[in-house]
Write a protein that binds this ligand. Sequence first.
Ligand SMILES: *Cc1c(COP(=O)(O)O)cnc(C)c1O
Length: 373
Amino acid sequence: MTSPRVEIDLGKIQSNARCLVRRLGARGISVTGVTKAVCGHPDVAVAMVEGGVASLADARIKNVVRMRMEGIKCPISMIRAPLLSEMEDVVRCCDTSYNTEMDTILKLGAAAKKQGNSHDVILMVEMGDMREGILPVNLNDCATQVIATPGVALRGIAANFACMSDVAPTAGDMAMLSRLADQVEGDCGPVVVLVSGGGSANLPWALGEVSTGRVNNLRLGEAILLGTNPVTGHPITGLHTDAFTLFAEVIETSRKPSLLSTKSIAPALGILKLVQSDDLRARTILAVGQQDTDTSGLKFPSGMAFIGATSDHTVVDTAKSAVPVGSEMKMGMNYNALMRAMSALDVAKVVYGKQKMNGSAKDHETHPFLTLL
Ligand SMILES: *Cc1c(COP(=O)(O)O)cnc(C)c1O
């Protein structure tokens, strides 16, 4: 089979989504499945929908268009502020977008009106991640302006954590977001239907003991796809952490000394000799590199360790065991490695467990589909 490739187990993604939908549902929180790390891969998106997510979200309009072209009909929101140059596609393909700029919202409204439509707006509030967000002091003003803007409807507020910073939200942050929802409604009436608390980093809070207040939605990418907590990197209980596997072919395998240095044996003549230590280690070179993934985010089989990588090669210390040329190594990926591999043209994507669109579990496919990007 072609390599490098990512093998995707759709059943595990569906199971992760279902588990999170059930556990968060019990706490009054709906789940939006975030597809940006898989570039809106339609089969992955369908697996999330089959797992029960209420809606999908992506950060790039190209990915949303891809999902719509593949017949995905559920609500999809843009979680990155839309570009002024893509208004038409955003209002055509997305039910909702997350926004921070009145200029953008005005143009969204105009584009929606032109299409004889209305577009839902969620205001993103800055709560310490210091990426996108309206400062809390300006939130009511902004909400009032959105309500007065033709072509758009204010649907809720949202916060984002642990994207720029590595800091997980606290119960205090979440209580504050609930208070901001009340504060907006104090000025604008009961318009804040959705209070979206954040992403996978919010799960320890959401699945904990404290009251969830008005927070009634989370946007989950990493937890559904990889089963891990983005702040700690640790697995989340009950979730699969191996829905995605990267395979790469071995193109060289050799024993080389762990230290190889050059020594001048005839300095006047400029003759150099390679001097080696006695510590021979098996080194394996894989035909995969920085162009294909974030090699520092790969997880190798036990007993093997990453040595280094260039654009097209990854060197692995395989300790005592030499891995034959032509064989394949199987690797796990963290979020960055997954994101890069899914967007790399030279990495094939092979899905298992595909179900027919709108079908039920009985339409199980047993052989892989090669999905061309
Ligand atoms: C990427 C992203 C998410 C999902 O984050 P995960 O950590 O993968 O769950 C949620 N909201 C916004 C705005 C994002 O950009």
